[in-house]
Design a protein around this ligand. Structure first.
Ligand code: PEP
Ligand code: MN
Length: 337
């Protein structure tokens, strides 16, 4: 339920309404916008007396939120949310490109990649330290050492770090070493993990699961938001369809859909969506044209010998060429990159 307040409602009035609503054991989330102030009411709102004279003194209107996602819902928060990842704003005018290898493999590798992607215009370095692989025989990541090597790359370049967390008990060891947690597609419904990340105050880049609907995706975001962590970035990374030519199928329609129904920033990972390096540039252009706030692109110093996802990793040259085209597209859309 959303209570839209009349113009000129003061903080004191808001406190009075919140006090009055406390008897219903609901949570009151005031959202002060440039134009209007609304109160998002989360919880069981069925018994609230809408006709209360006391409420009507300050209330312009009451809107029912039918969707199960409340905090992620744009109705609750009409303006776009921006998320600050180590000083880089995601969800604003600038389209933010996060780039780096699938896996951190060595200090030399991650530092070299960080220097190159920065040169081409990327704003955040990515790289997996804990790798949830389909096969237990595949490279599983450098783990804690990988986190330290990402920090070496950050020290060299100043680029903030996004890296995947797979285990709820790892949150403590990530804090202070990452600027943004990544929740991978395989863990989108790892609710224990989402609950722990909700308690943290570090941004979370939440990837859509292979076979999840947008509503399920937003309900996972809701787990993090309801824990008090408002810094959630949604990432479309391709879904499973009957098509086998590509690794997954990039759901372009998810971008305008999510932007319409949610206020959270939306980015796209064209690398895992396609599984093919030669397709990444086209899908990146399409994603930006469709309204994405950013991209996550896999780039490797030596794709042929990468320990994971080499086939979809761009060389430095490919990444640089793609970034040039993306900059022109951003300009047409009155955005920056
Ligand atoms: C990754 O980013 O390297 C990754 C494993 O992605 P996803 O969770 O989307 O498969
Ligand atoms: Mn990968």
């Amino acid at each position: 339920m959303i209570i839209v307040l009349k113009d000129g409602t003061t903080q004191e009035d808001i406190n009075k309404i919140a006090g009055w609503l406390s008897r219903y054991h609901v949570e009151v989330c005031p959202i002060v916008g440039a134009e209007t102030t609304v109160l998002g009411i989360v919880g069981d709102t069925t018994s609230i007396d809408r006709n209360s004279v006391y409420l009507s003194e300050y209330v312009d209107k009451i809107i029912k939120v039918q969707e199960p996602y409340k905090r992620a819902n744009r109705k609750m928060h009409p303006e776009d949310t921006t998320v600050n990842v180590g000083g880089v704003k995601i969800g604003g005018k600038r389209i933010v490109v996060m780039a780096g290898p699938c896996s951190v493999e060595s200090g030399d590798q991650i530092v070299d990649i960080a220097l190159h992607i920065k040169e081409s215009g990327a704003a955040v370095i990515r790289g997996g330290a804990w790798k949830p692989r389909t096969s237990p025989y595949s490279f599983q990541g450098l783990k804690a050492e990988g986190l330290d090597l990402l920090n070496l790359a950050k020290a060299e370049t100043g680029l903030p770090i996004v890296t995947e967390i797979t285990n709820p008990t790892h949150v403590e060891k990530f804090i202070g070493k990452v600027d943004c947690f990544q929740v991978g597609a395989r863990n989108m419904q790892n609710y224990e993990l989402l609950i722990e990340l909700g308690k943290a105050r570090i941004p979370v880049l939440l990837k859509r699961g292979f076979s999840n609907t947008l509503e399920e995706f937003l309900m996972s975001a809701e787990y993090i938001l309801s824990g008090g962590n408002e810094n959630v970035i949604l990432c479309e990374r391709g879904i499973r369809t009957n098509e086998t030519f590509t690794r997954n199928t990039l759901d372009i329609s998810a971008i305008p859909a999510l932007k319409k129904i949610s206020h959270l920033p939306v980015i796209v990972d064209p690398s895992h969506a396609s599984g093919k390096a030669w397709m990444v540039e086209s899908l990146s252009m399409a994603s930006i044209a469709a309204g994405a706030d950013g991209l996550m692109i896999e780039v490797h110093n030596d794709p042929e010998n990468a320990l994971s996802d080499g086939a979809q990793s761009l060389t430095y040259e490919m990444f640089d060429n793609a970034m040039k085209k993306l900059k022109s597209i951003a300009a047409v859309l009155d955005r920056e990159l």
